[in-house]
Design a protein around this ligand. Structure first.
Ligand code: ADP
Length: 484
């Protein structure tokens, strides 16, 4: 099968969250299963041509943007064994310090930036003569592509057999813009109706993707139910999703063990696996020293790596913090987000020297060290489409402690001291109280070294690789093609 995978971010080039991990791993897994696949993404400023040996293709694509013509150069990276990646290169739109926003808010021209991207993608596919069976779109940034195929390219023989999959990685980001940008989309006002692109008198890119694609997926079975049935999760789109329930699937993400494996991890000093867990303790010591925390080997070290966003449970963490810090634990946080959260964690660090370290940055190397060096990984998300941190933690022998929601509910089963089954700690009630109770339970198990070892090994033995999920996607692609 020929598949074009379209994403606004992709590891190792540009990343703000889990989407980039998926875009880096799923295409690779599809290639291993012998499918012909390419990735298309924007060429951001931070993607260095030299570092990645990126070359420029001859020819450009011209896109009409409400009367004006904007041009994209096509850049690409192609190596014999890896998935070819094509970049939409336009300095005006993508050469910025960040991908979508600064700490002051979203870039004002995000609609233009991703309308242009979506239109350029389809033109580039023609230019490089990659005639896909499936275009796999991801999140609001690519939401207009399925609409363009069904409307602007309806009679284009190049795409006559092309099906579309639209994956929702997080419904909290919908790409909602004022209706005056409708002419910029290149689509007619007849699309601006409730059944199609309109959402409370504005344009909704995510909704457009849901409505126009042949199949919609989201990144865990539980989240796919939550977003259809509960406004708290569906965020206004639950009705649209319910309408499309016959083509809505929940497929859990995997972890790319080429990047996330303590046995081969180039960012950690002491490599380890289940047979060699003393090296995990050495990484813990390194992590504590590097972060100027006292080395207290037998005190549980809790890690938290996340975008600092309300979604991630920051309200209950903040409410629980003083009580948490009274326990005999150490805590290390890695994250960036709105300034209010930076201030909040700076304050907490000041209040609890020697117990708490807040690293307010995006730093992949540090993330690896935290997964390897901690005992417990905190993920009390209010909602969580899939979540990668908990699955990465399993592999590193770090025990996840999670709120029972979305993908966290699908991947972490609660430890039972009686049967010694389960891989983590799960709390149902979303509250500081619920969180604290789970932490206390974890600390109790931690005291019992034998039980803790068993708990760790339950997680380390689990397989969250991409194999199974990739097979589910292929099955879905085939279903779409047979229906065409
Ligand atoms: P989301 O996509 O909602 O941000 P996920 O759990 O699906 O959440 O994926 C987050 C990914 O980003 C994980 O790989 C996590 O390790 C990584 N990550 C999050 N914040 C940081 C950070 N500050 N520095 C490095 N990596 C981070």
């Amino acid at each position: 099968m020929k598949i074009a995978f379209i994403s606004s971010e992709c590891v190792p080039f540009a990343k703000t969250g889990g989407l980039a991990d998926v875009a880096g791993a799923l295409p690779d897994a599809l290639k291993h299963q012998k499918h012909d696949i390419c990735v298309i993404m924007p060429k951001y400023k931070m993607i260095s041509d030299r570092e990645f040996s990126i070359r420029t293709l001859r020819g450009k694509v011209n896109i009409h943007m409400d009367g004006a013509i904007e041009t994209a150069k096509i850049k690409y990276k192609k190596e014999p064994q890896s998935v070819p990646v094509y970049f939409v290169d336009n300095k005006n739109y993508y050469y910025r310090d960040e991908l979508y926003r600064t700490s002051d808010g979203d870039y004002e021209d995000n609609a233009q930036r991703f309308i242009f991207f979506s239109r350029a993608v389809l033109e580039i596919l023609k230019k490089i003569n990659f005639q896909p069976d499936i275009i796999h779109c991801n999140d609001w940034q690519t939401g207009l592509i399925p609409a363009y195929l069904k409307i602007l390219y309806k009679d284009d023989p190049f795409f006559s057999k092309t099906g579309t999959v639209f994956t929702i990685h997080n419904i909290a980001y919908q790409g909602i813009f004022p209706k005056d940008i409708m002419p910029l989309t290149g689509l007619g006002w007849d699309e601006f109706v409730m059944e199609k692109m309109e959402f409370w008198d504005q344009i909704n890119f995510l909704k457009t993707g849901i409505v126009y694609s042949d199949a919609v997926t989201t990144v865990s079975p539980t989240y796919s139910h939550e977003i259809q049935t509960d406004p708290k999760y569906g965020m206004g789109l639950e009705g649209v999703l319910l309408d499309r329930r016959n083509v809505l699937y929940g497929i859990i993400n995997g972890v790319d063990y080429n990047n996330w494996n303590p046995k081969t991890d180039k960012f950690i000093k002491y490599k380890y696996d289940l047979k060699n867990m003393s090296n995990k303790s050495k990484n813990k010591v390194e992590l504590l020293k590097e972060n100027k925390l006292p080395v207290r080997k037998n005190v549980p070290l809790i890690g938290f790596i996340s975008r600092l966003d309300p979604q991630k449970g920051l309200d209950i963490i903040s409410e629980a913090m003083d009580k948490l810090m009274k326990l005999d634990i150490q805590f290390i946080l890695l994250g960036t987000g709105d300034q209010v959260y930076h201030n909040m964690f700076e304050q907490i660090e000041k209040r609890y020297p020697g117990k708490m370290k807040a690293r307010l940055e995006f730093n992949n190397a540090v993330a690896h060290k935290i997964y390897a060096g901690c005992d417990i990984f905190l993920m009390p998300s209010h909602f969580e489409p899939c979540g990668l941190g908990q699955m990465i933690s399993f592999k590193y022998g770090t025990v996840p402690l999670v709120h029972k929601t979305g993908g966290l509910a699908d991947t972490v089963d609660n430890y039972s001291p009686g049967t010694q089954t389960g891989k983590g700690f799960v709390f149902k009630e979303y509250s500081a109280k619920g969180l604290l109770k789970a932490v206390k339970k974890a600390l109790k198990v931690f005291e019992d070294k034998k039980r803790w070892e068993k708990l760790i090994s339950n997680g380390m033995k689990a397989d969250f690789s991409w194999d199974a999920s990739t097979r589910s996607y292929v099955k879905l692609y085939k279903k779409i093609l047979t229906a065409k």
